[in-house]
Ligand binder design. Structure first.
Ligand code: TYD
Length: 144
């Protein structure tokens, strides 16, 4: 399994079809916009102000995180470096590679966080304990 750091995670500009009169449309398409096929979509909404979400890493899963409405912050952590992204445009997506810890906070009122995921839901893919995450990163280092 390749080991990624926070600088491997980037904002992707989505294909956008903006018109003055009829409003806007953005597209994410398999084999085109992102380097994985989407197997699952979920979204967070009605997150109360001051709440945070995430607080986990995935062993294998890749994700594209989109603020389809409103705004929030995503802080990525590779066990070494932390990097924060403020998502507030529906035509951008944050591409998060496997093995990266993420925290989401600072949700605006009405924010909707849509996540496009490379795998179906698998509880074993989650690391929810930060110390376990650091251990996982160390093991990955040794395998390198
Ligand atoms: P959780 O992982 O805690 O959300 P977040 O990390 O974004 O704060 O998920 C909340 C609940 O939803 C938890 O009981 C697991 C469930 N869930 C699914 O059943 N399927 C899914 O695809 C996801 C993402 C969560």
């Amino acid at each position: 399994m390749a080991k990624f750091n926070v600088y491997d995670c980037t904002m992707i500009e989505l294909d956008k079809h903006h018109s003055d009169r009829r409003g806007n449309l953005s597209v994410v398409q398999n084999g085109d916009t992102i380097p994985f096929d989407v197997k699952r979509i979920y979204y967070l909404y009605d997150v109360p102000g001051g709440e945070s979400r995430g607080a986990h890493a995935h062993r294998e899963l890749s994700q594209l995180i989109v603020a389809v409405s409103g705004a929030f912050r995503v802080t990525l952590d590779d066990g070494n470096v932390k990097r924060s992204f403020f998502l507030n445009h529906p035509y951008q997506g944050l591409y998060v590679k496997p093995g990266i810890w993420r925290d989401l906070d600072d949700f605006s009122s009405g924010a909707v966080c849509m996540v496009l995921a490379s795998e179906v839901y698998q509880v074993e893919d989650y690391i929810r304990d930060y110390d376990e995450f650091l251990e996982f990163r160390k093991i990955q280092n040794k395998e390198k």
